[in-house]
Design a binder for this molecule. Structure first.
Ligand code: DAH
Length: 344
């Protein structure tokens, strides 16, 4: 009878679990205190026949030892868990994540896209590996124009016997031709992209860089519209005090053509090394789209007029962030890139 009880208690005790210190203490009291279940066995022990007392006594002792061991094990388990949670810092990231940064050219490109986007320009893209037709011919470059020279242009096909018409685009103006070919006005796009020129790499020149082309074609578009859009862009990009200045220039695909300077935002126009002490910095080329270009792309030049502009993203980035060496943009030195963390 008593042996059965002992056996039952032993099973019960072995199966015990507890979630907190309070529960463990309750179990200790239930089984091991003076009024606990094990002590209660003593009442029955008195009635055990003398010849069985030794055996039963041993069993009771074993039960007690098991109960102590179980309560201690539960305590240890709970304390270990408790200690661990004391050291848990729930605010920490699970593992050290090294966040990258956006590239400065991407930051500036996105800003430019946003500014023109607010003025109603949508995005257009074209291929970097282009043909002569879209980079030069349709844009009114004369057959013997020096830009077609291998000195400036990377040719993909260099075999003298092949018509060398596959090249790396030297400017994003090629996207103008692509857009005009497949869309009738009104057209209002900007075309960001990478361009390539056969230049020796130095602090001031690189064999690839980035441009953003703008194109607006509709009825009655005038040079005044161009000027206002560029002024708005300059002020949004460099601050409300920024002044612009347009100088007559020449591009085969625009007539009239101009280059635009902005008041140097590094010295505020007073003159510094960056603006070569002139107070002005050139940032883009622009003009009214030459009627020859409209016609070669299938747009009626007696009905439509338009303007175009092209700016260098590196130039704008240099002005905004004073990066002095063009090579830094493509070296991927994380110390340089990390400088732009807050600009993201
Ligand atoms: N494509 C010219 C260049 O790479 C820049 C340019 C000038 C683009 C005048 C234009 C423009 O759209 O109208 O130097």
């Amino acid at each position: 009878m008593i042996l059965k009880k002992i056996e039952q208690l032993l099973q019960e005790i072995n199966a015990l679990t507890a979630d907190n210190a309070g529960q463990i203490e309750e179990l200790r009291i239930k089984y091991l205190s003076k009024k606990g279940a094990i002590n209660a066995l003593m009442a029955d022990f008195r009635d055990v026949p003398a010849e069985q007392k030794k055996e039963v006594g041993m069993k009771i002792n074993e039960l007690k030892t098991a109960a102590f061991a179980k309560v201690n094990a539960l305590k240890e388990q709970f304390e270990a868990g408790n200690n661990e949670s004391n050291h848990l810092d729930l605010t920490r990231t699970p593992y050290p994540v090294r966040l990258g940064t956006r590239h400065p050219l991407t930051i500036v490109k996105n800003e430019i896209i946003n500014i023109f986007g607010r003025m109603g320009f949508s995005l257009a893209e074209g291929p970097e590996v282009e043909d002569d037709l879209h980079v030069f011919t349709k844009l009114n470059f004369a057959a013997d124009h020096p830009a077609r020279d291998m000195q400036d242009t990377f040719f993909v096909e260099t075999n003298e016997n092949v018509v060398r018409n596959i090249i790396l685009r030297t400017h994003t103006s090629s996207v103008q031709a692509r857009v005009m070919e497949k869309t009738q006005p009104p057209i209002r796009v900007i075309c960001p992209g990478r361009v390539y020129r056969n230049e020796a790499i130095s602090a001031r020149a690189h064999c690839f860089f980035h441009q953003i082309e703008g194109l607006y074609i509709d009825k009655n578009v005038s040079f005044t519209d161009l000027k206002q859009v560029l002024l708005t862009f300059a002020r949004e990009m460099f601050g409300a005090d920024t002044k612009i200045r347009l100088r007559p220039s020449y591009f085969p695909f625009t007539e009239p053509s101009a280059e635009m300077d902005i008041s140097c935002n590094i010295c505020g126009g007073k003159g510094c090394a960056f603006c070569k002490h002139t107070g002005w910095v050139e940032i883009l080329g622009c003009g009214m789209v030459d009627p020859n270009v409209l016609e070669s792309c299938g747009i009626d030049s007696s009905v439509y007029t338009g303007y175009a502009f092209g700016l260098g993203v590196e130039r704008i980035t240099n002005l905004k962030y004073q990066v002095s060496d063009l090579r830094m943009f493509s070296e991927n030195d994380v110390r340089f890139l990390d400088e732009f963390k807050s600009a993201n």
